[in-house]
Every structure is written in structure tokens, then in C-alpha cells.
Design a protein around this ligand. Sequence first.
Ligand SMILES: CC(C)(COP(=O)(O)OP(=O)(O)OC[C@H]1O[C@@H](n2cnc3c(N)ncnc32)[C@H](O)[C@@H]1OP(=O)(O)O)[C@@H](O)C(=O)NCCC(=O)NCCS
Length: 230
Amino acid sequence: MGSHFKSDIRAVFENDPAARSVFEVVFTYSGLHAIWAHRIAHALFRKRWFTLARMIAQVSRFFTGIEIHPGARIGSRLFIDHGMGVVIGETCEIGDDVVIYQGVTLGGTGKEKGKRHPTIGNNVVIASGAKVLGSFRVGDNCNIGANSVVLRPVPDGSTVVGIPGRIVKTNGQRVGDRLDHTKLPDPIIEMFRTMQREIDALKAELERTRRAAESADGRQPVGYGGEKGQ
Ligand SMILES: CC(C)(COP(=O)(O)OP(=O)(O)OC[C@H]1O[C@@H](n2cnc3c(N)ncnc32)[C@H](O)[C@@H]1OP(=O)(O)O)[C@@H](O)C(=O)NCCC(=O)NCCS
């Protein structure tokens, strides 16, 4: 517990340039208070003291605005910045060195039973307002963009943004570049291609009609353009 206590404080200094002194951090960072309360609640939960564990979680929620279910498994050096409105579900698992901002939900979709909350890898940043919903894994070294809604597994090293969340970067490389000028569509070429497709379709239709008419007359079919058929 003592080593956790120190590394939790160190995580604040590593992630928040506004942190000034250990005294200030210990007494004013509600993210820290929520994590410490959770460590006690989780220990009780593991000993099957479920109601007492929930009571501690509720008191912590009242003072910090951060709701962590006592069953959630949290790694080392989690940093919850600002914190208000954070919800972490019962079957959620969080790795080491994770940063979570205000308004983040690590929740279920409301349909599953059993393991129904996400597993977050190591060294992940989950930006303000992001929702990660469902029982899947967010890989190591990922960034989840502010206000995104993530509903599917996220591979290691990805940046996910938007609703529903889509991967825009993998290991620092942009995915599906939206402004690749070599791949911009050419409307004139497209128009010619469309016309060519229509001409081919009309020729084929004309040929079918001509053959049908000739076989109805009992004549020898001739090729398109008047030449003799084989
Ligand atoms: C996602 C985030 C962590 C940055 O990750 P990153 O890997 O450095 O990604 P980039 O900044 O290079 O952005 C990649 C692309 O996603 C877009 N993007 C980034 N964040 C986005 C978001 N929240 N919503 C929509 N698009 C976003 C960028 O515009 C960029 O698009 P482009 O390729 O068309 O230019 C960051 O943008 C973010 O959301 N930070 C918020 C932190 C926060 O919550 N702060 C609150 C403190 S109180």
C-alpha cells in the first residue's frame, strides 16, 4: 500500500504540470482520493464485504465526483485528472500508467452479463468525455480522443477519435489519409468512364435485339455494323 501511495503521487507530477508540492497534491487532488478509497473498497470487495465496499465507493463518489465500482481492477500509477463525472464499471480492468480525464465512462452497453466492461492496456490516455463501452480490450499505448465513443477492440499503439470511434493513427502513422492529393477523384475521367460503360451496355442490348429479330425472321445473323456473321 505504501509503495502504491508514493507511485500514485509521482504519477500526478509526471502527468500534471500544474502540480506544485506533495502537500498540495495529497490534499487537493480528488483523483488521488478516489484511487485511494478504491484500493480500500477493492480489498474489502475481494474479501466479499460487498456492501461495506459499496458504501466506501459511494462516500468517495460524494466527495470526488468519481464513481469506481469496488470490483474494478486498477493497475499502478493511474492518474485521474479533474475527475468529475468519471465512471468505472465493476468488471473493468485498467493497466499501469493510464491517464483518465473528466467525464470518462468505462462502462457496459447494458446488454451483457458477466465481464461487460472494457480492459484497458498500459500507458493509455483516455481524454475528457470519452466513453469506452463493452467487454473488449484497448491495447497498450493508445490515445482515446476527447468525446469519442469506442465500441470495438483497439489494437496497441492506436489513436481513436469520433462517434463511433475510428482509428486515425497506428504507431504514429496516420490511417486512411483524408488529404492524399494523388488519390483525389478526377470528375472528367469519371464522366468518360461512365459514358463508356453506358455505350457498351447499349451496344450489347442492340446486338441482343438484332439477333432476336433475325432468328425470328429465319435470316442468317449478321454482325453489328452490317458485316456477315459466322
Ligand atoms: C486524441 C488525442 C489524445 C491526441 O492523440 P494523437 O495521437 O496525438 O492524435 P493527433 O492529435 O495527431 O490527431 C489525429 C487526428 O485526429 C483528430 N482528432 C484528435 N482528437 C480528436 C477528437 N477528440 N475528436 C475528433 N478528432 C480528433 C485530429 O484532428 C487529427 O486529424 P487529422 O489527421 O485530420 O489532422 C487528443 O487529441 C485529445 O483528444 N486530447 C484531449 C486531452 C484532454 O482530454 N484534455 C482535457 C484536459 S482538461
